[in-house]
Write a protein that binds this ligand. Structure first.
Ligand code: HEM
Length: 155
């Protein structure tokens, strides 16, 4: 009997407190979402990078650049990096530290041909996501900018 009264009281306090806090949240602030959330979160980035690596696997010249026989771990690293970059969980840096992407690409010959091949497979993967035009542009602009900055070997 006592327990029921206490529980009833507790739930009514909780309700009124949550109503108060809703009133205090300014209009608009509830809608703020990261790009990561806007495009569908982890699943979207997993699909993107998985499709990209299917292209890499079928491209002998690009595939030869990847040191590991199993592309799975490389797929996971790029996925976690992009998730972190776009505002999702920071698992990439928890596992790998600061990205320092140009430095991490220094052991590989990233020339114009490698750049073009990388972007070609990424283009296919981005198209298959079926994002809104605005999200697609935002993502593609970043990927092309990042790819250009990874080139470390002139023709
Ligand atoms: C321009 C053409 C590019 C080529 C040819 C290339 C090639 C490679 C290769 C061969 C690796 C090693 C695979 C591994 O063991 O993880 C690698 C790693 C990686 N790449 Fe690229 N990459 C390119 C552009 C990019 C771009 C534009 C990004 C980011 C948007 C990127 C992000 C990464 C990341 C996050 C890793 C794993 C780094 C680590 O934690 O070790 N790459 N890339």
């Amino acid at each position: 009997m006592v327990a029921e009264v206490v529980l009833g009281l507790e739930s009514s306090v909780t309700r009124s407190e949550s109503m108060d806090s809703v009133k205090e949240i300014r209009r608009g602030t509830l809608q703020e979402q990261t790009f990561y959330e806007q495009v569908g979160g982890e699943e979207t980035f997993r699909r993107l990078v998985h499709r990209f690596y299917e292209g890499v696997a079928e491209d002998p010249a690009l595939r030869a650049m990847y040191p590991e026989e199993d592309l799975g771990p490389a797929e996971e690293r790029l996925t976690l990096f992009l998730i972190q970059y776009w505002g999702g969980p920071t698992t990439y840096s928890e596992n790998r530290g600061h990205p320092r992407l140009r430095m991490r690409h220094a052991p590989f010959t990233v020339d114009r041909a490698a750049h073009d091949a990388w972007l070609k497979h990424m283009r296919v993967a981005v198209d298959e996501l079926g994002l809104s035009e605005e999200h697609e542009h935002t993502l593609w602009n970043y990927l092309t900018y990042a790819a250009a900055s990874m080139v470390n070997t002139p023709d």
